[in-house]
Design a protein around this ligand. Structure first.
Ligand SMILES: C[S@@+](CC[C@H](N)C(=O)[O-])C[C@H]1O[C@@H](n2cnc3c(N)ncnc32)[C@H](O)[C@@H]1O
Length: 237
């Protein structure tokens, strides 16, 4: 898989299949919001970052809160020079490392166990699916701050404020369609205070299986927004 990807245009279905083959976390923890990005959303973000914006091929990429490594491994498969994943949970980084080996891109990846604060600058791009702050309020704020401190281009996934059944149905019928959205005033302000600018926001459909005891349904579908952000200046806070 490592051989074919990064050397020619990658088919979206091949990328989704590769991401789907990534082994899951054996014991996800609710308080760390350890659910996994879907292959469809990961591929969508990676395609925009790689082919629309040229932010992946030959670049240094960081995945903050990498979990099992889907975004970091995906960026290595798409042709990143190096992909670094960091997660506070050792089981997650160990699983990610094994996954990178399994997919043949071990030498292009590094896995760091620790708080995202341990990561220092020098990246071109951050791809991240941070905790949404459902278990720990505002958990995604420090991820955004860190991302803009260490990279020029940031792709950050956040829970959408929209809850429209029509939009959910529309995206369920066609997951690859790009639906633009306005940034939340709060996240927009935070990005600006961190020296960034929100370039675009697209709404996508996230599906997570029943993982924790408090989940009532067999799967949960909700809307998420991918924020595409550029760093314009040094952070002011
Ligand atoms: C929503 S999961 C996303 C996992 C993976 N990026 C994905 O999309 O499949 C968030 C991840 O962030 C990690 N995490 C939460 N707080 C963290 C922190 N302060 N520093 C580093 N990692 C953290 C969790 O352990 C979890 O794996």
């Amino acid at each position: 898989m490592g051989r074919i990807m990064g050397e020619r245009l990658v088919r979206r279905l091949d990328l989704e299949r590769a991401i789907l083959s990534i082994d899951p976390h054996p014991s996800p923890a609710a308080h760390l919001e350890q659910y996994t990005i879907t292959p469809e959303i990961a591929a969508q973000i990676l395609f925009i970052a790689t082919y629309t914006n040229d932010h992946i091929i030959g670049k240094r990429v960081a995945d903050l809160g990498c979990g099992t490594g889907r975004l970091a491994i995906g960026s290595a498969l798409m042709g990143a020079k190096e992909a670094v994943g960091v997660d506070i949970d050792k089981v997650a980084t160990t699983t990610a490392s094994k996954n990178a080996e399994k997919l043949g891109i071990k030498e292009k990846t590094q896995w760091v166990t620790g708080e995202i604060t341990v990561i220092k600058g020098g990246f071109d791009t951050v791809l991240q699916n941070p905790p949404f702050g459902i278990q720990r309020k505002n958990a995604d704020r420090k991820f955004l701050r860190k991302a803009l401190e260490i990279a020029e281009h940031v792709y950050s996934l956040h829970k959408s404020s929209q809850d429209s059944p029509e939009l959910i149905n529309k995206l369920a019928r066609n997951r690859t369609q790009l639906i633009g959205a306005a940034p939340s005033p709060f996240l927009n302000g935070l990005v600006e205070r961190c020296g960034g600018e929100v370039i675009a926001v697209y709404t996508m459909l996230m599906t997570i299986p029943r993982m924790f005891n408090f989940h009532k349904r067999t799967r949960h579908q909700f809307l998420v927004d991918i924020y595409i952000i550029e760093r314009k200046a040094s952070p002011t806070q």
